[in-house]
Design a protein around this ligand. Structure first.
Ligand SMILES: NC(=O)c1ccc[n+]([C@@H]2O[C@H](COP(=O)([O-])OP(=O)(O)OC[C@H]3O[C@@H](n4cnc5c(N)ncnc54)[C@H](OP(=O)(O)O)[C@@H]3O)[C@@H](O)[C@H]2O)c1
Length: 239
């Protein structure tokens, strides 16, 4: 898909990767970027081309209302996401916490895809970028509920891609390891810059790709799935 002249909707566009994607879209000539966010007051006030839209992806009515305001969209970026740190998979709070994360990372992505798919079809097919993770392919106790949401979202992405091809919609799954955003604040780890991720992902979209693995570590993790001893069997406890 060509980004020049496109009209995009980016969820969670007020900070982190979502804001970087919105800026990169405009830098590459997108005509308009709807920036969906829970708090829109200061969002994009200084960026020409940004249109602020109130959005809570965990609220079906909010997603429907946002889609109704954006009938000209031909690129949907499902970026909104949350993470919660768990102490143990046996924690009695695990299910409740997982439900909370699933509402945003999984059901929010599903709701947004369903709401925008007919709009994309009406505008020539266009594309969807689903922001996933390297944790699609491994898990550790600390982020086990979060990882489960990304594996589930990957599975949904793969099914939706097949179906949406019929209406000419390109579906790109974006997998990345730690990025330098609020989500990883306080963790002293190697992190990719969200600007680099945005640029890499949009280049992949423009070259027609359906899956992009941004960093070397993510590529190695996925490659290892077919190894005798895949990475997910030997994941270090934290790093
Ligand atoms: N950071 C990483 O290491 C990493 C790695 C792999 C994948 N990812 C994924 O990348 C995506 C972006 O994350 P990030 O790193 O940029 O994190 P971030 O800086 O914490 O930003 C998350 C964004 O999602 C929004 N959001 C959360 N829940 C929402 C909801 N219910 N409705 C609408 N917006 C909501 C947040 O808005 P508010 O300001 O309202 O909270 C914020 O704009 C997520 O899907 C995340 O899972 C992150």
């Amino acid at each position: 898909m060509k980004i020049h002249d496109s009209i995009a909707f980016v969820s969670g566009a007020n900070r982190g990767l979502g804001l970087s994607i919105a800026r990169e879209l405009l830098a590459r000539g997108a005509r308009k970027v709807y920036a969906g966010a829970r708090s829109i007051d200061s969002l994009g006030a200084d960026v020409p081309g940004i249109v602020r839209i109130q959005l809570d992806v965990a609220d079906p009515a909010s997603v429907a209302a946002a889609a109704a305001q954006c009938p000209d969209v031909n690129l949907l970026v499902n970026n909104a996401g949350i993470a919660r740190v768990m102490q143990s998979t046996l924690d009695p709070a695990w299910i409740e916490t997982a439900r909370e994360i699933f509402e945003t990372n999984f059901y929010g992505l599903v709701l947004s895809t369903q709401a925008f798919a007919p709009i994309l079809a009406a505008n020539g097919g266009g594309a969807i970028i689903n922001v996933l993770s390297d944790t699609t392919w491994f898990s550790r106790p600390l982020l086990s509920a979060y990882s489960a949401t990304k594996s589930a979202a990957w599975s949904f992405t793969n099914a939706a891609r097949i179906e949406l091809r019929e209406q000419g919609t390109q579906v790109l799954g974006l997998h990345v390891g730690f990025m330098d955003t609020d989500m990883t604040k306080g963790y002293d780890l190697k992190k990719t810059s969200p600007q680099d991720v945005a640029s890499h992902a949009l280049s992949a979209l423009e070259s027609g790709k359906e899956e992009v693995l941004i960093d070397e570590n993510t590529r190695l993790i996925k490659q290892s799935l077919s190894a005798e001893r895949p990475y997910y069997l030997d994941v270090p406890a934290l790093a």
